[in-house]
Write a protein that binds this ligand. Structure first.
Ligand SMILES: [Zn+2]
Length: 379
């Protein structure tokens, strides 16, 4: 391969690679388009058991992806346990729980990268620096409550915040406002980088005016870096370290500059429950699908180990209240999701209320949802 071809191919490869996100398979990833958003499949082959790579658009217009994930921990008045209250349908068993934390142990809880940690233990893992930071700050607020009533109020506030659809919508509008100019410059970057370099290498008249192209390219880079830094500071004032790190990555690997807006977009809705983000981003039918799975996983939960059970069940009760309120506000009736569907054939004698699998032989529980009792199908 000629050196010129290799250089262009390397630039293209870097541009694509810088558009990869490493997210939890249980996360909801929304791909925005000009007018709406759709859910991205997180069952892809590029990943491991728990995580998957999601790729940003390779060609302009570079639309953002928004990533939201359920809390990796359960929170109640009596403490916090490293165990999600919501386990998506398809999860075979609840993860092993570690000993619960009482709030004395959480007074100094903080985030370290994507983890929520105390001085000597990990409280939970997330797939985003912003989400870990958010969780740690809310846990500190709960831990600092002076009495039980204040503690309940702090927990309620954390849930109310996670399900605040208007605030989530406001956050998205703020993102749009703060990144309007960045949207132009970061879309310009791959065009001037790959197009410019290819032009200089292959087109004689472009090669003659290479200096103008280089000036244009570095103008686009410089503007994008400045705008990225400014917008990031407006939208994530608390994440100064991440801001400098992202800027450095863009300077070291120039094609990454095209991802400036995508990187900012990723966690813009991280503080919200996945269903709240779905309510803001999806159309009615797609929202109803997410709502149905969310409700079924809470209404027919997987059993959890005894030491985690009181905290996880208290968290599930709170989640059910908020999810039901959100569904009702969107004109959906939670009870209709809980009902078993009509059986597909007369041979079906039992249905799993959680995953809706049908069975032609009587058995006590669903093999895919251990611990969930089967019910009679609707006839
Ligand atoms: Zn099942």
């Amino acid at each position: 391969m000629a050196p010129a071809d290799a250089l262009v191919l390397t630039l293209v490869a870097l541009h694509v690679l810088e558009g990869l996100f490493w997210v939890h398979r249980h996360a909801l990833v929304f791909a925005a388009t000009t007018t709406s958003a759709r859910l991205v499949n997180t069952d892809g082959p590029l990943g491991n058991t728990n995580h998957v790579f999601v790729i940003l658009d390779p060609l302009p217009p570079l639309h953002p992806r928004f990533v939201v994930e359920a809390w990796p921990i359960s929170v109640s008045e009596s403490g916090v346990v490293r165990m999600p209250a919501e386990l998506p349908i398809g999860t075979r068993e609840a993860p092993a729980a570690t000993a619960p934390f009482d709030y004395d142990a959480l007074a100094e809880v903080t985030s370290s990268g994507k983890d929520v940690v105390t001085a000597d233990r990990t409280v939970g893992n997330t797939s985003s620096v912003a989400f870990a930071h958010h969780l740690a700050s809310r846990l500190r607020a709960i831990a600092k409550a002076a009495n039980p009533a204040d503690r309940t109020a702090a927990i309620d506030a954390m849930f109310a915040e996670a399900f605040d659809v208007d605030a989530a919508r406001g956050r998205l509008l703020e993102f749009e406002k703060q990144t309007r100019f960045l949207n132009i410059t970061s879309n310009l970057v791959p065009i001037v980088t790959i197009g410019g370099v290819a032009g200089i290498l292959y087109v004689p008249w472009v090669a003659n005016v290479w200096f103008s192209f280089a000036a244009l390219a570095f103008g686009a880079y410089g503007l994008t870096w400045v705008e990225m830094f400014r917008a990031h500071r407006e939208l994530y004032p608390e994440l100064g370290g991440k801001r400098w790190q992202d800027l450095l990555l863009m300077i070291v690997s120039l094609p990454a500059t095209a991802r400036a807006r995508g990187w900012i977009a990723r966690d813009i809705l991280a503080p919200y429950h996945p269903l709240t983000a779905a309510a803001v981003l999806l159309d009615a039918d797609a929202f109803a699908e997410v709502a149905r799975d969310t409700w079924r996983s809470l209404a027919h939960p997987l059993p959890v180990p005894a030491e985690a059970r009181p905290i996880v069940e208290a968290m599930r009760a709170r989640l059910r209240t908020h999810v039901a309120a959100l569904l009702t506000a969107r004109g959906l009736e939670p009870d209709t999701f809980a009902a078993t569907p009509e059986r597909s054939s007369e041979r079906v004698v039992a249905v799993c209320p959680r995953c809706q699998s049908e069975f032609e032989q009587k058995q006590p529980e669903c093999p895919d949802c251990p611990g969930v009792e089967l019910v009679m199908p609707q006839v």
